[in-house]
Design a protein around this ligand. Structure first.
Ligand SMILES: NCc1[nH]cc(CCC(=O)O)c1CC(=O)O
Length: 308
């Protein structure tokens, strides 16, 4: 490929998406000498929040960008890996997983979780965070919220909510980390599979491009997120399921922790295992099987059981 023809990077238009895309664009230019041009794409999830709730959220932000890849309108795309469905997309490859940002969740507001008054209103849209918050502080009123980080943070400033839970990575990337009251350790709140990581996708038949994009891949991040996402895939749970998973290298091994939490926080199964850095899928499958053995299906399904 000619270095003077800019590579077209498809991205959502949100501040977070643009910041992440620029990060990848800069790293790629630096390593390969290729210019990169950002192409903003409006996705269904951006157009209609109502529609987003209706279709359940899984992959709506991703599919519009994939359509542009397949049609050739853009050369590659950058997504939050957390938002990527676990099922592979026909004709598209995960060309790179750049070095991961901090994977932890944070509380934004005037006080730490333990110092919030009884019955305080805490906002989050994710069933995983809802369940874990209820396990930590059953007295809180957990309020479902949607929207970008800015909208969510504003609900605290305006007094509508006492605090909100967000991903550390997202706040860092948009430069709002000064609003953090507390960073949750993974033993308090296990992050979502892939949280803090980015996904760089391109068409499978673009061999030349895949080679360029490999220059921004971080193998340690790829191993970790592969193990985490395998757990999610085996449990057949989408991005909206109360499943946490976090993997990292410890003593030359991949250490993985995964959990499922009942919607009301009343029950939780959490397990850990270590395995080879070269076989993250095996580790993920093994841990998911153990979770299912211990009743993960029942724990996750508890909110769907109708009282009779
Ligand atoms: N589901 C929304 C989403 N997808 C990716 C991020 C940013 C953090 C990340 O890269 O994991 C966020 C916001 C959030 O969860 O606070």
């Amino acid at each position: 490929m000619n270095e003077r023809t800019p590579l077209r990077l498809g991205t959502r238009r949100s501040l977070l998406a643009m910041s992440q895309s620029r990060l990848v664009a800069d790293a790629l230019s630096q390593r390969t000498g290729h210019a990169v041009e950002l192409v903003g794409v409006t996705t269904e999830g951006d157009v209609s929040r109502a529609l987003l709730a209706q279709i359940g959220g899984t992959g709506v932000f991703v599919s519009a960008l994939r359509d542009r890849l397949l049609s050739g309108e853009v050369d590659f795309a950058v997504h939050s890996l957390k938002d990527l469905p676990t099922a592979p997309a026909e004709g598209i490859v995960l060309a790179a997983t750049p070095p991961r940002e901090d994977p932890r969740d944070v509380l934004c507001g005037p006080a730490k979780l333990a110092d919030l008054p009884r019955g305080a209103r805490v906002g989050t849209g994710s069933p995983r965070r809802v369940a874990q918050l209820r396990a930590l502080r059953p007295d809180l009123e957990v309020v479902p919220i949607r929207g970008n980080a800015d909208t969510r943070l504003r609900k605290v400033t305006s007094g509508e909510l006492d605090a909100v839970v967000l991903a550390y990575a997202g706040l860092r990337r948009i430069g709002r980390e000064d609003e953090i009251a507390e960073v949750f350790e993974p033993d308090q709140m296990l992050p979502a599979p892939g949280q803090g990581a980015l996904a760089v996708e391109c068409r499978a038949d673009r061999e030349d491009l895949r080679e360029l994009l490999a220059s921004v891949d971080d193998p340690a991040t790829r191993a970790a997120v592969t193990a985490e996402r395998t757990v999610l895939a085996v449990l057949e749970a989408g991005c909206s399921a109360p499943v946490g998973a976090y993997a990292a290298e410890v003593d030359h091994k991949l250490h993985l922790t995964a959990s499922v939490v009942a919607h009301d926080g009343s029950r939780q199964i959490r397990l850990s295992a270590s395995g080879s850095l070269e076989r993250p899928e095996e580790l993920g499958r093994e841990l998911a099987a153990r979770l299912l053995d211990q009743g993960a299906d029942q724990v996750m399904g508890e909110r769907d059981i109708e009282p009779r």
